[in-house]
Design a protein around this ligand. Sequence first.
Ligand SMILES: *[C@@H]1O[C@H](CO)[C@@H](O)[C@H](O)[C@H]1NC(C)=O
Ligand SMILES: *[C@@H]1O[C@H](CO)[C@@H](O)[C@H](O)[C@H]1NC(C)=O
Length: 295
Amino acid sequence: MTLTGPVLLHLLLLLLPVSARYFGHIAENSPVGTPVSGVLLPGGSHLNATLTGDYASDFRLVHHRDHRLGLVSAKALDREFIAMYQLTVQLPRGAAAVQVEVSDRNDNIPRFIGGNRTVEVHALTPLGTELARFDAKDGDAESNGRVTFYASPESHLLHVAPQTGQVRLVRSLLGVRQATLRLCVRDGGSVALIGDPVFLHLNVHRSGNPRKPRAVREDVVLSVSVPQQAALGDLLFTVPDQRFQQRWFQMLSEADSPVQIERDSGRVYLTRDLLEPAEVLLKIHNSRGKKRGSL
Ligand SMILES: *[C@@H]1O[C@H](CO)[C@@H](O)[C@H](O)[C@H]1NC(C)=O
Ligand SMILES: *[C@@H]1O[C@H](CO)[C@@H](O)[C@H](O)[C@H]1NC(C)=O
């Protein structure tokens, strides 16, 4: 018997040892039948191939005309449920390990943990005092899941740290009886999703002692937590100083400071990765006096 071209080809495929690893990916929520890209196994319609592994029924094998095997989705996949499948394609002559990553779509709206809050504050509470800290969850991965806090409408009394959700007093509460902050959260998707707002209510009273003794020194120490996922260039903080009409900001730390401050706005940006807690000294200049703070 003489071997013709196509028959010879079949034999070669059957003799190929199948012990390879494959890595594929598919976007979550893709329609049923979407091919997993990056996965094409040698095989053929004549082979009895089976797919095994946890939740293997989320996929099915498809036979291509070029005698190769591919995978397609059998349902819409949810990365927040399974981000990585470890599957095995059993072929008569061996098995192939197939990893399928489900890539993220920005399909989770950020949500505040906990609802509205009411805080009792003394009218003499020093500027810079943290009055509340909010947290939010977003089930998406990477920037799609990175939350940013902001006040809407903006508040003159209160500053919201965009990355950490810390709310600080930035203007005197004298003469104020009640204040409300409407706090929002958005994620970092290319089309940002915005969660339902929460409200921070302040009840200002004048009796008793303020939460912290009034600062007698001119130094103001502010501590700002920087979330681990902060990226270079992120706005970390705006120096809360509303006392001076005319002012500018200066960094007094050494040249390799992990942050940089905008001279006119007092905005502090991350300029290198933080490997450990860092303290930076900065100066707020104004026409009549000087004030120093370190954060
Ligand atoms: C494939 O293999 C399974 C078990 O190994 C067997 O039950 C089934 O009949 C086979 N199917 C074909 C089409 O050969
Ligand atoms: C939070 O406060 C706002 C405004 O005061 C109110 O409309 C909303 O229903 C409150 N939410 C909850 C969960 O209590």
